[in-house]
Every structure is written in C-alpha cells, then in structure tokens.
Design a protein around this ligand. Structure first.
Ligand SMILES: [Zn+2]
Length: 249
C-alpha cells in the first residue's frame, strides 16, 4: 500500500512462537517464509539455552522479536539462584513465556518455586516497564493478583482458558489475550467446561484480542501456514460465536 509517498507495509503478527524449535535447515526456510509472507514473530523462550539460540536467530532477521522467559515448568532449575538470570533479563525488551502452571505441573510442592520465579520477573518488568507474555495454566487468578501487586501495565495472557469472572477483570485492565485453537468445536469433548469459550468470545473486545499460533507444531510446518490456519479457524469460530450471542440477546 502506498499512501502520500509513504510506503506502509502490512504484516501478520504471531505473538507467540517458539522459533528455536526448528532445525538449522528448517530455520533457513522459515526465515525466507516470514520474509516472503510478511510475518512478524514474537519469539518466546522457556529456558536459557532457548534464549541464547534465539539471539542467534534474530541476527538473521528483523522480523523476529526475542522474549526472554523461563517457563513455570522449569522454575526449580532457577529458584535457588535467581540473580543468575539478571544478565539475560537485562538484555530482553520483553519477558515471555513466564507465569504459573497448576495443571500440567501437578506436583503442588513445585508451585512455590513458580510463584517466586514469576515474582522475580514481574519486579524487573515493573522497574524497567517491560511487557510480559503470560502462561497461566490454572493459575489465572493468582497471576492477575501478582500483576496488580507489581503494577504491570502491559501484559498478554497467552491461550487464555479460565473463568469468565477473571476474564472480565483482565479485560477491565486492558490486558491483551490470545484465544488458541481450544475455541474450536473439535476440542469440545476434550476440554472440561468448554462452553465457557462461548462466553469468552462474547466478552473479549476485538482490540484486545491478538493472534498467535504457539508454533511450530509437531510437524514443524512453516510460520505462515501455521498462523494462517490458526487465524482463519479461530476468527471463524469467534465471529460465529459472537453472532450467536448477538442473536440471542
Ligand atoms: Zn508457548
């Protein structure tokens, strides 16, 4: 698009992608893929080695934003020596993915370590005004309370799946959300309380809803394909659900 002599380049944005998962060969193809198809990737990390790998990757493209994060599932690896994370945190302009996981990490003796790690990241995010990308699996209420304690102004709740009451509070604070594939009919039988996604589609304003694929998927497909598939599926479901709600009013 050309406007008044200014070139405006439109891009698709995937706010949650694990670029480091690709092999070298796949990565070379992925870099061409995002350039040709104008895809911008927010590249989250879950461990220090993911971050160092991702920093090498971003040298090869200006269409990838690296985020430093330690996944809550890895909290025990770091909780005894949080200061060792400082140099990595200092270099990152955004933190992710960080958060709490009370569902996949079933052993509750590990949960205090998750709390401590998340608090450490949020203290730094507050001090340096950095946005955060949050994994909140089963810990949404607690994560929201911690954001309040630390006065975090910019946050993205990734692949949100929780109660409508907490969702409304997230929206009231103007935090962003992504709704993943779980919104699709095919997940109905597998996801407990799937029906609440209908409510979510009604409540989340379009300007707070971001696109993500959480890719690459197991078959390591290229970013554009994965994002387009996710966007079109989620957008159709979202649109249909909102129409259903409107007609019910
Ligand atoms: Zn992820």
């Amino acid at each position: 698009m050309i406007t008044n002599g200014t070139c405006v380049v439109l891009m698709l944005v995937d706010v949650h992608f694990h670029t480091y998962v690709y092999t070298q060969e796949e990565l070379a193809k992925a870099l061409i893929d995002i350039q040709e198809n104008r895809v911008f990737l927010c590249s989250v990390t879950c461990e220090i080695h993911d971050w160092t790998q991702t920093l090498e990757i971003v040298k090869q493209s200006n269409q990838i934003l690296p985020m430093f994060g330690i996944h809550p599932g890895n909290a025990l690896n770091h909780v005894e020596n949080l200061q060792a994370l400082n140099p990595y945190m200092k270099d990152a302009s955004m933190f992710g993915e960080i958060g709490l996981d009370r569902i996949w990490v079933k052993d509750s003796s590990q949960w205090p370590a998750q709390d401590t790690l998340l608090a450490y990241f949020l203290e730094s995010a507050e001090k340096e005004d950095k946005p955060v990308m949050l994994h909140t699996n089963g810990g949404e209420r607690e994560v929201l309370d911690m954001l309040d304690t630390h006065s975090i102004s910019r946050a993205i709740f990734h692949d949100y799946d929780c109660s409508l009451a907490v969702l409304k509070e997230i929206v009231d604070r103007d935090y962003y959300l992504t709704i993943g594939r779980t919104i699709l009919d095919e997940y109905k039988a597998r996801v407990p309380n799937w029906d609440h996604f209908l409510e979510m589609a009604r409540v989340v304003p379009e300007d707070l809803l971001l696109t993500e694929s959480d890719g690459p998927p197991r078959d390591h497909r290229m970013p554009y394909d994965v994002l387009m598939e996710t966007i079109s599926r989620v957008a159709n479901s979202y649109k249909n659900l909102r129409q259903t709600w409107t007609s019910l009013r």
